[in-house]
Design a protein around this ligand. Structure first.
Ligand code: GRF
Length: 186
């Protein structure tokens, strides 16, 4: 039986799209649905174009456990956070113990925590003149960017890097490694 994955995302959705393509016709897993709290987000159109079921929800549906119920109804095995900014409530973390995976565009525990997302992360890395950055793939718990790390991949930070050039390098790492790490966990 193929394992059933749900993706949570509220941004552009390039990671979600990459995962959808990677697991298309995959023998071990399939992407069942995309969950988003932002109807206007790029990820919604990407899910639609790929023919993947999209569930939109608001904060009260999320916090009341309605969304968790939906995950159960869909018999989801793994929850993949790909640019989802809300904290996962305890109830979700306990229901999916070590089955909720997040990706973060820096080398945690550095540059993580509330407010550390998207360009804010790269801005901080550049401000501190770091030589190295990268990505972290980790289990999600109920504290921002705090769960056990599964894998990290590094890239250089160049002296003339801008937020755009650094985020492009990080993005390449995300495209290459996120699907593979998930695949290994299955
Ligand atoms: C990625 O950089 C990911 O590391 C972070 O959110 C971003 C999502 O980008 N958690 P996208 O929406 O997949 O393009």
């Amino acid at each position: 039986m193929r394992q059933r994955l749900a993706i949570f995302a509220s941004g552009t959705g390039t990671n979600a799209e990459n995962l959808i393509q990677y697991f298309d016709q995959h023998p071990k897993a399939e992407i069942i649905s995309v969950y988003s709290n932002k109807g206007q987000a790029g990820v919604c159109e990407k899910a639609h174009n790929a023919g993947i079921l999209l569930h939109l929800f608001n904060r009260s549906e999320f916090l009341s456990g309605e969304v968790l119920q939906k995950l159960r109804e869909e018999k989801i095995d793994w929850v993949i956070l790909a640019g989802f900014l809300w904290l996962m409530p305890k109830e979700y973390v306990e229901a999916f113990k070590r089955k909720i995976i997040n990706i973060h565009p820096a080398l945690l525990p550095a540059y993580g925590g509330k407010g550390m997302y998207g360009k804010h992360v790269h801005e901080a890395v550049l401000r501190n003149a770091e030589n190295i950055s990268g990505i972290s793939i980790h289990y999600c718990n109920s504290v921002y960017d705090d769960g056990d790390i599964i894998a990290q991949y590094r890239c250089p930070v160049l002296s003339d890097d801008t937020i755009e050039s650094l985020s492009e390098r990080i993005h390449k790492l995300e495209m290459e490694w996120f699907p593979k790490v998930i695949e290994q966990l299955l």
